[in-house]
Design a protein around this ligand. Sequence first.
Ligand SMILES: [Ca+2]
Length: 464
Amino acid sequence: MYLSRFLSIHALWVTVSSVMQPYPLVWGHYDVCKTQIYTEEGKVWDYMACQPESTDMTKYLKVKLDPPDITCGDPPETFCAMGNPYMCNNECDASTPELAHPPELMFDFEGRHPSTFWQSATWKEYPKPLQVNITLSWSKTIELTDNIVITFESGRPDQMILEKSLDYGRTWQPYQYYATDCLDAFHMDPKSVKDLSQHTVLEIICTEEYSTGYMTNSKIIHFEIKDRFAFFAGPWLRNMASLYGQLDTTKKLRDFFTVTDLRIRLLRPAVGEIFVDELHLARYFYAISDIKVHGRCKCNLHATVCVYDNSKLTCECEHNTTGPDCGKCKKNYQGRPWSPGSYLPIPKGTANTCIPSISSIGNPPKFNRIWPNISSLEVSNPKQANVCDNELLHCQNGGTCHNNVRCLCPAAYTGILCEKLRCEEAGSCGSDSGQEAPPRGSPALLLLLLLLAALLGTAGPLEI
Ligand SMILES: [Ca+2]
């Protein structure tokens, strides 16, 4: 089925506004990638950093359970109500829609009571552990913008680990440990996110806040994204400029909120007492009615639209970038190394547009006309390719390299690398000028050197 959905515009404040005060407008929305403006030179594009709207990402995930046959109801079985171990006449039957509890019921739109939920088989094989991995995959890097919230219909597990992957499930890192007793379960001291600070925000903690013994009536487990944002943006997330500034400059922080997959590892079901009641093992199981994951496609601030097509999310890249995350420059736009957009300065950020490749601009004789045009392309990236340096791109005929951006030539010479006699350009070089023309490098060689320098200065992936 061809399904195309557009996740468009708006910024982080839209997502969090439901629980927050009205926000100052100086944040910048990052909802437009470019706009046409009028200058002395006529109509030109003005480029800005931009990102897709934050949205409910559960619409775009694939869920996988391990073991695959862990869902209850095949064969049908009865289970007890969690609050009453003697009321064991509830039935799970995978072949009867009204009695089935398949995984998709963790992500359905409910607004109904009782809740719809996924349920595991019961712990009938005790003392063998009852463990389930629930993997959520997007096949795309996404940036989390709000708390992950998991609602249990069974008791909240005694032991659970939330994990993340940044490489499509090849490797996993823990995000947070959850236990009734952290020391016993994971040899970790219990902590709350509120114990962290700006300096320890990336610490992986074990929390007892969401376990059976703690607020027994609550069904919910959080992974606290907003509390972590608040270390930078303040308790009401009012100072988003500060958060954006940190995200811009600290890759580790940005990566912390970025995932391709999440994995919920259920390690031990809620027991509710110290000992497992072996006579009533049908009391123990996992049941989850809802999982909330809010985020946006990671497009490196080069797109506002992320398309869901053929079960796949893809950024619609602007700024002459390409790739699923706009992570490289388009062919023929590699005039300087690729760079992500920047949130700064607030509110429009910096687009860090990819600019045309040297080889695609034209022939060397046109350089004098063309280089100024390149520099007028609103580029402010310090990683811009060198025009000259002390390694490969030497200024010739006694010229000196100024800040790697131009050669300061002796009076008689001109050209990008002072390779050309000024009189030659003026057409007045003659035998009576008393000046002998020095040997010159061919224009093709110069072009090659410039291209080579651009490549050597490249930090990001390039497509040649
Ligand atoms: Ca549900």
